[in-house]
Design a protein around this ligand. Structure first.
Ligand SMILES: NCc1[nH]cc(CCC(=O)O)c1CC(=O)O
Length: 302
């Protein structure tokens, strides 16, 4: 029987779902049909911070629970940290490059942009870290799909925009990136670049089949980053960053940061641990950040 994959209609969502659909067809031998779901986040032009965590996700989850679709693909970083009743993340496929990317005019890199340059980004996490560089940039709030954002540079409205590299890559547009930003300068959002393949927990056979797409070291990295985020009780729009890397000797190296939006205050720390203790690594790093005053830094963001 054909599997119904629920997806948002944006170019990025369709690209991500298309990649997963092909992998599922290959792994299961079953046909996958895309079912487009319109979310309130697609209908509104308000800033994501105002729309709230999970605005792109809840419509897909409702469709899963209503059995209108069999599985869904989410950008993992858009998922709320609370688990969804009756649903399971059956697979976390191999992650794309997690870094943020700069798309600037005239092929410029971040440090080549002049003081006063107008850089578009809506995320407080990015705004805070760019402000902390004290390069005199003007951060301009933007939202919209990848194409809309990049077109603001092409049109000359902005000098540059900052986006997740993964989204640009999945759309086949990496040639437009002028710099992939070092996590030392701009630490990505927890789970950035990773996908979540979700189905009903009761669909044991489907969950087992989808597990063929799971990438264990990506799952460990994402688990550590999300445990960090959850323990800091922050949503996806909060200025919390986290990036876990799995080393050759199967150790997790997790970096985390919390920032005040104006960039005046920041705490950055790291933690390590074994692959099987991914959640513990995230929780320990959160405890260390909180002990250093993370709540005060984040509190001044409210
Ligand atoms: N918050 C929106 C969002 N959710 C996932 C991605 C990109 C792809 C990814 O991180 O997997 C983006 C766009 C962006 O941050 O530039």
């Amino acid at each position: 029987m054909t599997l119904r994959l629920g997806t948002r209609g944006s170019a990025l969502a369709l690209a991500q779902s298309g990649l997963v659909a092909a992998a599922v067809e290959k792994a299961t031998g079953r046909k996958v049909e895309l079912v487009e779901i319109v979310t309130p986040g697609d209908r509104s032009a308000a800033p994501v911070a105002q729309l709230g965590v999970g605005v792109f996700v809840s419509a897909l989850r409702d469709a899963l629970l209503a059995k209108d679709i069999d599985f869904a693909v989410h950008s993992y970083k858009d998922l709320p940290t609370a688990p969804a009743d009756g649903l399971v993340i059956a697979a976390i496929p191999a992650r794309e490059d997690a870094r943020d990317a700069l798309v600037a005019r005239d092929n410029l890199t971040l440090t080549e942009l002049p003081s006063g340059a107008r850089i578009g980004t809506g995320a407080v996490r990015r705004i805070a870290q760019i402000n902390a560089l004290r390069l005199g940039f003007e951060l301009v709030p933007i939202r919209g799909n990848v194409d809309t954002r990049i077109s603001k540079v092409t049109s000359g409205e902005l000098d540059a925009v900052i986006l997740a590299r993964a989204g640009i890559a999945r759309l086949g547009r990496t040639s437009e990136i002028t710099e992939s930003l070092d996590p030392m300068l701009l630490l990505p959002a927890p789970a950035q670049g990773a996908l979540a393949v979700e189905c009903r927990s009761a669909d044991l056979d489907l969950a087992a089949a989808l597990a063929a797409l799971d990438h264990p070291s990506t799952r460990a990295a994402v688990t550590a980053e999300r445990a960090l985020l959850a323990a800091l009780e922050a949503g996806c729009s909060a200025p919390v960053a986290g990036l876990a890397e799995v080393t050759d000797d199967e150790e997790i190296y997790l970096r985390g940061g919390v920032f005040s939006p104006d960039g005046t205050d920041a705490i950055r720390l790291s933690a390590t641990g074994t692959l099987t203790d991914a959640e513990g690594v995230g929780r320990r790093l959160a405890a260390d950040l909180l002990a250093d005053g993370a709540n005060n830094v984040l509190g001044s963001a409210a």
